[in-house]
Design a protein around this ligand. Structure first.
Ligand SMILES: [Ca+2]
Ligand SMILES: [Ca+2]
Length: 444
């Protein structure tokens, strides 16, 4: 990789000694953001001008997936480069250093290579600090303002499962303070390359955001996600159990709150996008703008009623697909896209390549450098998604293949069925496709 990002340094006395300048990294991780962003095709009412701008300036991976559709397992996997099945991380309760005591996180590895590493907001679950990863961490020490008289939606299903506007300025929001701190770090000078991770909590529930973001989405214009009746009829029992692990869909439907929830999700995404705009503007005006890689992603998606599901933790597209954008000065071309399958597991080896650090042998992801160099570069390896022990999905350019722990299956053809409505797993016509994909399942 050496040589691409490089601005050379001219030595003293006219002697031209060219030394590679390792790039900085600004890593933006948004919580529970699915494909409802303008630059992807998840929902055409999304308002995300700043995320879209980053996609226009860099490369967008249109078929990127988390390795686990839940906060902590996804983040542990992303930052250790290890599959959830390798570390046995299947819930939000096992912290990083218990799940993987010997793991060297991406930040820890870059730090050992001379990077100055900084983190703010939600990087690991519950904003748990990790002094081995970061030279410095900052948390604002307050939670976002919430509306009075909760639950606003009247449902009383869970304290987080609520939505509505809050009549406060952006400064009353936790993510605004996180972004303020990250912006201050970009305005400083450094003696070494830096890695700055900023974790935004919205659009994680509760779906509260300042009123002005709700005002962008007039109630009467809101469209519900496209769903069909009886979609779960051709889904194996373990999949139906995942969809119904929390019984929220019928109460949402009966209460008439579905549109309000969709509106609130859009509003929270728009609020997060505004923070992305602030940090990108700050980077553009900073001394680091020519030599800073920007990566933006989410830890997993979110269902808003598709497959009668709310929340995450399923093996379907809504829970696994995430935005993934790279802007790499001197490497990525503006406004390019890759439709090769990509996994958040790939971020570790990709950033190691881009930062000219040595790869670590235990890492299970695969570098996306071929795609960053050539957006048309193909990749036969599908993205692997785990949800609970022994339950997997594989997603390639055309197919989603799901195999549950009891051997039951689903197969969806995204060329003809982007909503994953028709399970083709029992069709003999597709036996070869299943066999080809199944070779990528983890071996126990
Ligand atoms: Ca999350
Ligand atoms: Ca179906």
């Amino acid at each position: 990789m050496a040589g691409t990002l490089l601005s050379g340094l001219t030595g003293l006395n006219g002697c031209s000694k060219v030394e590679p300048t390792r790039p900085n990294v600004l890593f933006i991780c948004i919580d529970d953001l699915n494909d409802w962003v303008g630059c992807l095709d998840g929902n055409n009412q999304s308002l995300t001008p700043n995320i879209d701008r980053l996609a226009e300036e860099g490369m967008l991976f249109t078929n990127a997936h988390c390795s686990y559709p839940l906060c902590s397992p996804s983040r542990i996997s992303m930052f250790t480069g290890l599959n959830p099945a390798t570390t046995g991380t299947y819930d939000n309760f096992l912290p990083l250093r218990e799940a993987a005591p010997n793991a060297v996180t991406l930040m820890q590895h870059l730090r050992a290579q001379g990077y100055y590493t900084m983190g703010t907001g939600k990087i690991f679950h519950m904003e748990k600090p990790d002094p081995l990863s970061f030279n410095v961490e900052f948390q604002p020490g307050f939670r976002s303002a919430a509306p009075p008289n909760r639950p606003v939606n009247g449902l009383n299903l869970h304290k987080y499962f609520d939505w509505g506007p809050v009549d406060v300025p952006d400064s009353a929001m936790h993510d605004t303070a996180v972004c303020d701190w990250a912006m201050q770090q970009l305005e400083r000078e450094y003696d070494s390359p830096f890695f700055l991770a900023m974790g935004l909590f919205r659009p994680h529930a509760p779906l509260y955001a300042p009123t002005k973001y709700f005002d962008k989405f007039p109630k009467e214009t809101i469209q519900l996600p496209e769903v069909i009746d009886n979609d779960l009829d051709d889904v194996p029992q373990l999949g139906r159990d995942m969809a119904d692990s929390i019984h929220w869909h019928q109460p949402v439907k009966k209460s008439g709150e579905w549109k309000a929830a969709v509106r609130a999700y859009h509003a929270c995404v728009a609020y997060a996008d505004a923070q992305v705009g602030r940090i990108l503007d700050t980077l553009d005006q900073s001394p680091h703008h020519d030599n800073t890689i920007v990566v933006l992603t989410s830890d997993h998606g979110w269902h808003l009623g598709e497959k009668e599901r709310w929340h995450k933790e399923t093996l379907w597209e809504e829970a696994s697909r995430v935005p993934l954008i790279f802007k790499v000065p001197g490497l990525t071309q503006a406004n390019t896209q890759s439709d090769a399958p990509a996994s958040l597991l790939d971020l570790y080896p990709t950033l190691v390549d881009l930062c000219d650090a040595p790869q670590r042998p235990e890492i299970e992801g695969r570098s996306l450098l071929p795609q960053l160099k050539d957006p048309a570069a193909k990749r036969s390896e599908p993205a692997l998604i785990t949800n609970g022990e022994g339950n997997y999905a594989l997603r390639d350019s055309q197919w989603r293949y799901v195999r549950y722990a009891d051997g039951t299956e689903e197969l969806y053809d995204h060329q003809t069925d982007p909503n994953e409505w028709t399970n083709l797993a029992d069709s003999p016509d597709h036996a070869a496709t299943k066999t080809r994909l199944a070779q990528w399942l983890p071996v126990h």
